[in-house]
Design a protein. Sequence first.
Length: 135
Amino acid sequence: MRIGAATKPRLAKSVSRRRGLWRLMALVVLLAVIGGYVAPVRTYIERTRQIEEERVLTDSLQVEHDRLLKERDRLNNVVYVEQVARKDLGLVRPGEQPYVVKDLDKGTPEVASVPQDEDVPITERFTEWVSALIN
């Protein structure tokens, strides 16, 4: 056996294995570098989405804040408070006579007055109210 002839095929296999090993190591390094870029990019995209959601929420809260400031300013106005009290709560000033208008859809409105005099007994108030309902 010759030493030189037997070592050449082994040497060729060894060099081929080294090339394959180097290629494998290069592939692993390349994948590691790509993986190192993927995680930060994914985090950046997620943070951008969260920032946009927070911006939308902030905008809606700012609109609500502005609306509440306007309402506060209106509530400092006595005329506005009186309008709200009359319209929404049905309140009247002392000495004013409140009226209830019924059946507006029928064309001929019926007006029933509610006496505010404290001198009138409650029985008379009740009978006037009942008679107004009947008529």
